[in-house]
Design a protein around this ligand. Sequence first.
Ligand code: NZQ
Ligand code: ZN
Length: 380
Amino acid sequence: MDNFVFKNPTEILFGRGMIAQITERIPAERPVLFLYGGGSIKRNGVYDQVRAALKAHQVIEFGGIEANPVYETCLKAVDEVKAHGVGFILAVGGGSVVDAAKFIAAASLYKGEEPWEILLTGGEEIQAALPLGAVLTLPATGSESNGNAVISRQATHEKLALASGLVFPVFSVLDPETTFTLPKKQVRNGVVDSFVHVMEQYLTFPVYAPLQDRFSESILQTLVEVGPVTLAEPQNYDARAAFMWSATLALNTLIACGVPQDWSTHMIGHELTAFYGLDHAESLAIVLPGVWERELEHKAAKLEQYGVRVWGVQTAQAAIAATEQFFQSLGMPTRLSDYQIDAEEAAEKVRARFTERGTVLGEHQDLTPDAVAAILRSRA
Ligand code: NZQ
Ligand code: ZN
């Protein structure tokens, strides 16, 4: 097992009615920025619950955070923070709103010239951030309990990530009932995104970390069990609760302790979203099987272990096939052609960008821009 430091400072408030508990956790001395997305929270009662919990606070509302949150919009929120002397940011929505809150929290206190530098340096430049909390309405990203955020810049079709210990939410409310109104597509996306988060931390090579392996496999097995149920029965509280907690545990840094990590599927997927506007999870379902095929030799031991323990199949190839079938069974396409995207063109665009940035991916740092292009061509 490799050395590691584990610290997850986010307090989780899980279950029905827990939004009411945010009142005492948000300082009332300075205004609160209430950040949300395109309006789903106004249609499902979450907005009203949050307003009720904040009735004694001074609240500055900022709606309109996009799916794949946009840098330019976040900068407008930073202006609001500065104009009103905001002391706390409350994100209410999916991962996009939580990610935006993290970036706004850091950009509001950033001393450099241009806050985009925070993203160009992957979050290393962050020296301070406003405290933030979350009311999560979409289980998927794990953003409610980690220090990551991904922000898109419309003008340049870039999508870049930051990671910093300074932007973990202070608390996150996970009330499964707030997710009952999710469209099926978002539930499907959430199951696939959580599944792939586990894979980026698990499906590498063995370092004798049996507990981390079994944590990962238990999350995968739970997603396989409850994914189809929660997709078919949106108001089944128990299934939704199991899914929601699985999504958090999939990316709250626990299963990454002491093991190698990959993340190439995510890095390639972000480019597909930046260039073609695919949903985050849609991009992952295309790329993951291609990365595994390409890295078959290095990943064979873990693929076989995963196949046996999660699917009851004996070979790495059968494990890859079972995974792709699982995604498809949830209604998730796994090929570029399903979106009328030309694989040759996508391969060239991503190759050029990774070459320019000097990006090399994978737990063995062997996925060069040419290898990435070959992966994308294989996913036509
Ligand atoms: O904007 P509103 O109106 O709220 O609608 C949203 C949005 O259109 C809707 N929605 C959310 N909760 C709902 C709901 N609709 C009905 N009922 C509800 N309860 O769902 C749509 C998608 O929301 P979004 O927040 O974009 O989805 P998700 O949570 O999947 O977040 C995706 C973003 O997170 C990033 C992705 O790259 C992408 O930008 N990621 C963040 C990570 C992290 N911070 O650790 C890791 C991930 O790998 C990922 O990269
Ligand atoms: Zn993801």
